[in-house]
Design a protein around this ligand. Structure first.
Ligand code: SF4
Ligand code: SF4
Length: 120
């Protein structure tokens, strides 16, 4: 299995019905927030590149130089097969891990039921 296929599989891991269209990341990623746990994880892993994309209020994802919010997450990648995947899936922010929440009836913005989050 190629690295891309593996990542695509990871992207869908909680999400048997997820079509990996990437719409949720494209539509919602301009107003996400990093949790304290995210910041601690990225510090521990030495991911200064991720930390540089957090502004002083904790909003992500920003331009590292200007700290302006980007219109779309820079870690959304399109595969050769046309599906989308998260380049940082294993260490992505908690807010991405828990999407969609029970408040959203575990339905993504395209109406796909994704089951409860395993985040504690
Ligand atoms: S919009 Fe829904 S189906 Fe598309 S990638 Fe996001 S969770 Fe998956
Ligand atoms: S970090 Fe990953 S899951 Fe979160 S918005 Fe970006 S591509 Fe999507």
């Amino acid at each position: 299995m190629s690295a891309i296929e593996r990542m695509s599989q990871l992207f869908r891991s909680r999400q048997s019905g997820c079509r990996a269209c990437g719409d949720c990341c494209r539509e919602l990623s301009w107003h996400l927030h990093a949790s304290d746990r995210d910041l601690e994880r990225w510090r521990r892993l030495g991911r200064d590149d991720l930390l540089a994309r957090v502004n002083r209020l904790g909003w992500i994802w920003t331009d590292p130089l200007t700290k302006e919010l980007l219109p779309c997450c820079p870690y959304l990648v399109k595969s050769d097969g046309g599906t989308h995947l998260c380049e940082i899936h294993e260490i992505k922010p908690d807010i991405c891990r828990s999407y969609p929440t029970q408040d959203q009836y575990n339905l993504c913005l395209n109406g796909v039921y994704l089951g409860p989050s395993l985040l504690s």
